[in-house]
Design a binder for this molecule. Structure first.
Ligand SMILES: Cc1cc2nc3c(=O)[nH]c(=O)nc-3n(C[C@H](O)[C@H](O)[C@H](O)COP(=O)(O)O)c2cc1C
Length: 155
């Protein structure tokens, strides 16, 4: 059986957001999971072909001006229609780094991915307020859970 494909699309405009995405990737690449291939990209690098090849996706963004980052929005703008028909039901998870809010970002992502008919399989993780090192563990667990669930065929 070919490996299942897990795509991580994470915006990394700062050291903290880089650390969060690294943690998600670390969890997803755990040695406890062996039949999942992880691809990690920033939103600008991500093409529709990456999504078409994915069996599950994790999206990570900052909140900027009350909404998801322009980078993640650009990803959706470019990839929405090219994947719309083929990827309905795609299991997805989201993490958001917000200075103080995050609700507009969550709502925006939910609206777009509802249109895509993607399936949110984890409660969105919202890292808001002053930086907390414990978030790295949560981010790692998110990656591990998605990869392990994919391996087990849980979606
Ligand atoms: C232009 C700009 C707009 C922002 N707007 C929001 C916002 O609307 N809501 C919010 O919670 N945080 C906002 N932030 C804070 C970012 O989400 C935060 O800087 C980012 O997640 C990086 O966090 P870090 O300092 O932990 O790396 C904004 C930041 C910038 C630079």
């Amino acid at each position: 059986m070919p490996d299942k494909q897990l795509l991580i699309v994470g915006h990394i405009p700062s050291p903290n957001t880089q650390a969060l995405r690294d943690a998600v990737q670390r969890g997803a690449s755990s040695p406890d999971v062996d039949s999942v291939t992880v691809t990690t990209l920033n939103p600008f690098e991500t093409q529709a072909a990456h999504v078409l090849a994915a069996d599950a996706i994790i999206l990570g963004t900052t909140e900027n001006l009350g909404y998801m980052s322009g980078a993640l929005k650009d990803f959706f703008d470019r990839c929405y229609y090219p994947v719309l028909e083929e990827k309905q039901g795609l299991p997805m998870a989201v993490y958001i780094r917000a200075g103080l809010d995050g609700t507009g970002t969550r709502k925006g992502i939910e609206t777009i991915t509802t249109g895509l008919r993607w399936k949110m399989v984890q409660e969105p993780l919202l890292f808001k307020g002053k930086w907390n090192d414990n978030w790295l563990e949560e981010a790692e667990q998110l990656g591990l859970l998605m990869a392990a669930s994919l391996e087990m065929g849980a979606f």
